[in-house]
Design a protein around this ligand. Structure first.
Ligand SMILES: NC(=O)C1=CN([C@@H]2O[C@H](COP(=O)(O)OP(=O)(O)OC[C@H]3O[C@@H](n4cnc5c(N)ncnc54)[C@H](O)[C@@H]3O)[C@@H](O)[C@H]2O)C=CC1
Length: 403
């Protein structure tokens, strides 16, 4: 694999990503109409996202070509793709259409050498993905787990906590996530963190915040009832506890980023020294105060700080307040830091922590499988300026628990 050739040709293709992706899908469905069933074609809005997801995944791989963690990411991706019923021949068809699309879009930047580099790279990537899928099969893992909803607590109009019982035991480490689907929305999967350490009855909790116009989150929050059966993909992610008991840790959770942080805290024993910053857009969104109090009672060395914007101020002010609070704390060179929440917040805090003294290798957050969620990708810098994407805030009302 020649990273330089791959990156420079990908940079050319990326400038016309929108066209490349359209060409790719047209080529794929024309030559392999049988593959259509694997994509959410019944939901045009989601197909748009699917298009962007493909490019997000490719960009993710391009940025990590030399990263020793890449094979692990690809194995998990392959394992997770079993839920789409992706078979080796589908991978081959996708590869042929991808290269056909890149060749058209790259124009004069495409030649035999570039084509060879892409052919080899795609082969290597899919081999690792297929290996991940094969290993999961060897371990007897199903392509997905059916999971019955056993409890449901609604918090206001736009947030729900679902307890589900998978039909077979789900093996996961606290802090990991699964992708979730409801059977009446075929092909629509979204990642949600598991909000508890493993329990004896095998149930897991999911914290779901409704995204404005979000197909799956709206179905989960508004329609899902006790007794319904959801599908869960294979657990993944690396936001797992890696701090030895003698080292202190800081956990920062915003919004439903509380879910994986709660799972991590449930794992700690009472000798751990930990500080938790819980950020919400307003006090009514601090939806799990009882659980925080129980953890506080069990962990005598846990310090909790709740952060919300000042009354009447926009929700992003909570992030400013968080930064101030973090700046006022000491000991950053000793702490491991775990972050979960809206990607922009995770990015911003992750970039600021080193200036307080936290070494970057001690900052942990998940690289969630790129979802391509949110705004459509701008075609280029000029289009971005002319058609600036709207921030994707949710728009919920009150959060009083209602069962
Ligand atoms: N493992 C992880 O990292 C997990 C991440 N999440 C993500 O967390 C988010 C939760 O959404 P909600 O509960 O509705 O939270 P939210 O939208 O109410 O945000 C809570 C707080 O995060 C900050 N924030 C939100 N968006 C921001 C932005 N663009 N820039 C800077 N700060 C921002 C603000 O301080 C806000 O008060 C989702 O995006 C979800 O995908 C959820 C679960 C696990």
């Amino acid at each position: 694999m020649d990273p330089e050739i791959l990156r420079s040709s990908f940079a050319v293709v990326e400038r016309r990503a929108e066209f490349a992706v359209k060409y790719f899908y047209s080529h794929l469905f024309r030559h392999h109409p049988e593959i259509r069933g694997l994509f959410p074609l019944d939901f045009p809005g989601d197909m748009e996202r699917q298009r962007d997801r493909l490019f997000a995944a490719l960009t993710h791989v391009m940025e990590r070509l030399e990263d020793p963690g890449l094979p692990r990411y690809l194995r998990e991706l392959g394992k997770d793709h079993r839920k789409y019923r992706a078979e080796p021949e589908h991978y081959a068809a996708v590869g042929a259409s991808l290269i056909a699309a890149f060749a058209v879009v790259a124009g004069s930047a495409w030649n035999a050498e570039v084509e060879k580099a892409w052919g080899e790279a795609y082969g290597a990537i899919t081999n690792v993905m297929l290996q991940g899928a094969w290993e999961a099969q060897q371990h007897g893992e199903p392509p997905w787990w059916d999971a019955e909803v056993t409890a449901r607590t609604r918090h206001g109009d736009d947030l729900v906590v679902l307890t589900v019982r998978p039909h077979r035991r789900l093996r996961y480490s606290p802090g990991q996530y699964v992708s979730v689907n409801v059977p009446h929305l075929p092909g629509i999967w979204r990642p949600y963190s598991l909000a508890n350490a493993p329990r004896a009855d095998h149930t897991v909790d999911l914290h779901i915040s409704r995204v404005e116009d979000g197909l799956l989150s709206t179905a989960l929050v508004r329609q899902t009832r006790k007794g319904d059966v959801l599908r869960l993909g294979a657990p993944g992610g690396e936001l797992t506890l890696r701090t030895p008991v003698e080292r202190p840790l800081t956990l920062i959770a915003a919004g439903t980023g509380w879910a994986p942080v709660k799972a991590l805290l449930e794992q700690l024993d009472d000798t751990y020294e930990a500080r938790l910053f819980l950020v919400a857009r307003d006090t009514s969104y601090l939806y799990d105060r009882g659980a925080v109090e129980r953890l506080r009672a069990r962990l005598p060395r846990l310090a909790v700080t709740f952060i919300t914007p000042a009354p009447g101020r926009p929700k992003a002010q909570a992030t400013e307040r968080l930064l101030t609070a973090l700046g006022n704390r000491a000991g950053w060179t000793r702490h491991d830091v775990y972050l979960a929440g809206p990607p922009k917040l995770v990015e911003e805090i992750g970039e600021t922590l080193p200036s307080f003294g936290t070494p970057t290798e001690r900052i942990f957050h998940d690289v969630l499988a790129p979802s391509g969620q949110g705004n459509p990708r701008p075609v280029g810098a000029a289009e971005w300026l002319l058609d600036r994407p709207q921030p994707s805030w949710h728009n919920p009302s009150s959060r009083a628990p209602q069962v």
